[in-house]
Write a protein that binds this ligand. Structure first.
Ligand code: NCD
Ligand code: ZN
Length: 346
């Protein structure tokens, strides 16, 4: 039985770091294990221009504790006013690694997102030309569509038509939550990939709602039925280069989660690697963990794999703090709801 595992240092291809006191509180949780992360731009106000991305990158680097190494891979928040030249210049400078599409109203801080995709056609065409990936929050926001169906409907009515309108556009379907999404990405050709979160490998919708409502399990896209979770597990552990880790670790202070209208987001930065080792061991796929966390995403983003390694060790049940303290308030750490025996060796 494997008791330890050394893998290339992982990357997180979908991460919320926030800003200010929250940034300072959560950044070490990611930088402890991850070498790089695609940093989401949904600040208030959002990170829209190359200049804003540069300033945000500098704030992230300034918040990094001495002695820690971490490379933020910056993204721009796509709006209907985004300038294709600004995007291309920020990409050419190596500053920006992707552009993020939030359909307006889909999730936390997405009101400045895109309402009409035809208005960003010129930006998407330029991105296809230069090979810059579009990270997609893949949910429709029309009120008639049930929240559990929003991803599946998005694939047919938004994503597929968009990809046909912009041949060659490289797309990452973020935080995949459905079997339909897995199937679409699997058949999508070399320009399409998907991130999968840690918590969507653990949760189905019962975990959120049975026996009382669990605000710390509420995220968007919301966790779906069990068969979807199993499809995600098969995709993540199946040695398929098109699927890779994007934790979508999304910190909110507890008072904004545990309230009458709680924010969406699970905070998994602290224990993601331990939980993933647990999941991959359950699926008899520990030998595929490195591909999922450290190789597949880098390859899609055309980055070299990280030179360093981390060592995961299996020992007695591991305990994490229930919450981390940040200057913006306490943030509850994701509870996988089962004993986990793996930890990342310091
Ligand atoms: C994210 C956040 O809080 O910024 N929330 C979430 O539930 N995942 C936004 C997002 O990625 O949808
Ligand atoms: Zn996110």
């Amino acid at each position: 039985m494997t008791q330890s595992l050394t893998i290339r240092r992982p990357d997180d291809f979908h991460l919320h770091l926030r800003d200010g006191a929250m940034l300072a509180g959560v950044l070490p949780e990611t930088a402890r294990h991850f070498a790089r992360a695609i940093v989401m731009p949904n600040l208030v106000p959002p990170v829209v221009t190359g200049d804003q991305a540069e300033a945000y990158r500098d704030r992230i680097l300034a918040a990094l504790p001495p002695g820690m190494a971490f490379e933020p891979l910056m993204t721009l928040y796509l709006t209907e006013a985004t300038d294709p030249d600004d995007v291309a210049a920020a990409a050419a400078a190596g500053l920006v690694r992707a552009v993020k599409l939030y359909p307006a109203g889909a999730t936390t801080n997405s009101h400045a997102g895109v309402r009409d995709l035809t208005r960003v056609q010129a930006v998407l065409e330029r991105m296809a030309e230069i090979g810059l990936p579009l990270c997609v929050h893949g949910e429709v926001t029309t009120p008639e569509v049930d929240i559990f169906d929003r991803e599946a409907v998005f694939l047919d009515t938004v994503l597929d038509p968009m990809r046909r309108r912009v041949p060659g556009l490289r797309v990452v379907m973020e935080h995949l939550t459905t079997a339909e999404g897995v199937a679409y990405v699997r058949d999508g050709g070399p320009d399409l990939a998907a991130t999968i979160t840690t918590h969507h490998l653990i949760l189905n919708r019962n975990h959120i709602l049975v026996g009382g409502i669990r605000p710390h399990y509420y995220c968007l896209p919301v966790a779906k039925r069990e068969h979807h979770r199993l499809a995600l597990r098969a995709a993540a552990t199946g040695d398929e280069p098109r699927f890779f880790l994007g934790t979508d670790s999304a910190p909110h202070p507890d008072h904004l989660k545990e309230t009458a209208c709680g924010c969406a987001g699970c905070f998994t930065a602290t224990n993601t690697m331990a939980i993933l080792a647990h999941v991959f061991e359950e699926e008899s796929a520990l030998d595929r963990l490195e591909g999922f966390t450290s190789l597949n995403g880098a390859a899609f983003y055309r980055l070299p794999p990280n030179p360093g390694t981390i060592r995961l060790v299996k020992a007695g049940p591991v305990r994490w703090p229930a919450r981390i303290e940040t200057g913006a308030g306490p943030v509850t750490v994701f509870d996988p709801g089962c004993a986990v025996h793996w930890h990342v060796e310091a």
